[in-house]
Ligand binder design. Structure first.
Ligand code: COA
Length: 170
């Protein structure tokens, strides 16, 4: 069992500064971090899993101990497959707590070798979410404060074109 491998899961549709803050901090705490682009059955995503992996990779240049993958199955199974002992997530507010608590307990039941660890989200990212970024982009708003320059155009190209009936230039 490798105690030094952690998984950072999410739908990352798209990745934001909030996720990148958690990934960066996890990369300082663990020898290896695997960012897993996973499926949340309740969500319809705007980007394919491959596109989401590509966007995250563009943003983590320099984090040599971070790997990015897509996995379509259960996270608990992936953690077992990669001998990871931790799932690291950001906790934004009390509103996240119940959902996160439920996921942590379920993952523990499915894979007793994996612990879920929560890092407090940086205060400037408390209100941030991927949906918020997409909503702003769809209406031609400036998303520079929420996502890195490297993926800004990828998001605008996809989201703004789909919603071009707003008539606002990005
Ligand atoms: N800062 C800012 N925003 C953050 C954040 C942070 N640190 N961490 C998460 N968020 C945002 C995300 O962008 C997301 O926004 P959105 O709802 O607008 O898309 C929101 O908070 C929720 O994120 P998260 O709690 O990570 O949920 P998710 O839907 O992105 O990911 C999975 C959930 C994919 C990790 C989960 O469904 C999973 O593990 N799936 C695999 C299948 C499985 O094992 N299911 C059983 C789970 S018990």
């Amino acid at each position: 069992m490798n105690r030094l491998t952690a998984i950072c899961p999410g739908s990352f549709d798209p990745v934001t500064f909030g996720h990148l803050d958690i990934i960066t901090r996890a990369s300082r705490l663990f020898e290896k971090v695997i960012v897993v682009v996973a499926s949340n059955g309740a969500k319809h995503c705007s980007f394919t899993p491959e596109e989401r992996v590509k966007m995250i990779k563009k943003c983590i240049a320099g984090l040599d101990n971070v790997e990015v993958v897509h996995f379509g199955g259960l996270l608990a199974d992936y953690a077992a497959k990669r001998n990871a002992t931790a799932i690291v997530k950001g906790l934004r507010a009390m509103s996240d707590f119940e959902y996160e608590f439920q996921m942590a307990l379920t993952n523990k039941k499915l894979n007793p070798n994996v612990e879920t660890l929560f890092l407090t989200t940086a205060s400037q990212n408390m209100y941030l979410s991927s949906s918020m970024v997409k909503q702003i982009a769809s209406m031609g708003g400036d998303i520079s404060s929420f996502v890195p320059e490297e993926i800004k155009e990828d998001i605008i190209d996809r989201i703004y074109i789909k919603n071009s009936e707003t008539g606002v230039e990005p």
